[in-house]
Design a protein around this ligand. Structure first.
Ligand code: F0G
Length: 351
């Protein structure tokens, strides 16, 4: 049989683990790399979606969390803590259960999607809603981890980046080489840092002949890397990337500059338009933040900045079910019918 074994077993020799490390896993990774026909037509390129919403808790965070929780367990930690816009906390909560650890979560009050809150709750984590934004939550989590016996599992923990870099390995393994361009949404900037590390390591070891240009997209109301200064009161409907002072800011700039890439902003309108397009034309339901990558690619293509014939991978980071409000909002109400075939056929336009 060929069951996928999770990212630690699949890429053990490329990760900082030993035979003594207890592997805490939900068999994350091994996610689909789906050819995107409409996006390919619109850009004249070969576009693929790396569908990270297919991970066990519905986002890419699971790749980093299997590493962070395994290493925390190896170090003897009994409790972990994270700040989160929702996905990190959902993942930490689930992996902490697997490890038999207590999980504490700090989230910005009223600013995380309902599905993500449900995940943290159902996995039994201790949730504090902080009267502040994500950046405040991260400051608080860092302070607590320095003063109390609780391990920090945010992406400022380098083993998170190690786990997340495996997505780049999977893409090269699937395509036979690195793509020309890799497109990502950017929030706290850990993931673009991780992909760039993964691509560089694979190229250095001869597993790929090149590295891609890294294209990152922030939400326009939360785009500190684009404007060059922290945003005190970040705004966007894409709550997952509502971050004003990214922890991995410098690493994201390095990924951009070393790869010959770019980091730009997309508006909420462009994000929602890409979100609906992915669902209605590609059959891929993602959360709004995830659509920032596709929104950015489409914007660049419309502006004539995407040369045809390239191979492009867009990471879509989280599952649409986490934040279904945006799917329902503005959509027509379903029609109610009696238990009657003729009435149903008429309403469906079949009769
Ligand atoms: N997409 C989704 C769905 C996310 O949840 C995040 C980050 C990002 C993109 C951005 O990734 O921070 O590595 O640049 N979510 C974090 C969280 C902040 O707490 O779940 P990044």
């Amino acid at each position: 049989t060929h069951q996928w074994r999770g990212i630690i077993e699949e890429y053990r020799d490329r990760l900082p683990v030993t035979a003594e490390t207890p592997v805490v896993t939900l068999l994350e990774g091994g996610t689909p790399l789906v050819p995107a026909q409409l996006l390919s037509d619109r850009t004249g390129c070969d576009v693929y979606l790396k569908v990270e919403g297919a991970n066990p808790t519905g986002s890419f965070k699971d790749r980093g969390m299997t590493m962070a929780i395994s290493k925390a367990k190896e170090a003897g930690a009994q409790a972990v803590i994270c700040a989160s816009t929702g996905n990190t906390s959902a993942s930490a909560a689930a992996y902490a259960v697997r490890a038999g650890m207590v999980c504490a979560v700090l989230v910005p009050q009223g600013k995380i999607a309902l599905g993500k809150m449900g995940q943290a709750l159902v996995h039994g984590s201790r949730i504090l809603q902080v009267d502040g934004n994500f950046d405040d939550c991260l400051d608080l989590a860092r302070g607590l981890s320095e003063k109390y016996p609780v391990a920090l599992v945010n992406s400022v923990n380098p083993v998170r980046i190690e786990g997340q870099k495996t997505a780049a390995f999977e893409i090269v393994d699937a395509l036979g080489d690195a793509p020309d361009i890799h497109v990502l949404p950017v929030g706290n900037a850990g993931n673009i840092t991780a992909y760039w590390k993964g691509y560089r390591e694979y190229a250095a070891d001869g597993m790929a002949t090149r590295t891609p240009r890294m294209w990152g997209f922030q939400a326009a109301g939360s785009a500190p890397i684009v404007t060059g200064a922290p945003v005190r009161n970040p705004q966007t409907i894409a709550t997952a990337i509502r971050i004003g002072n990214p922890a991995s800011w410098k690493f994201a700039e390095a990924a951009r500059d070393e790869s010959g890439g770019l980091i730009e902003a997309v508006t909420d309108r462009q994000i929602l338009s890409a979100y609906r397009l992915l669902a209605s034309r590609e059959g891929v339901f993602v959360e709004p933040a995830s659509a920032a990558s596709v929104a950015g690619l489409l914007k660049a293509a419309e502006e004539g900045r995407v040369d045809p014939g390239q191979r492009i991978v867009c990471t879509v980071t989280g599952n649409g079910l986490k934040d279904p409000d945006w799917a329902v909002a503005g959509a027509p109400q379903p029609i109610t019918v009696p238990v009657d075939a003729d009435a149903a056929a008429e309403r469906l336009g079949l009769a």
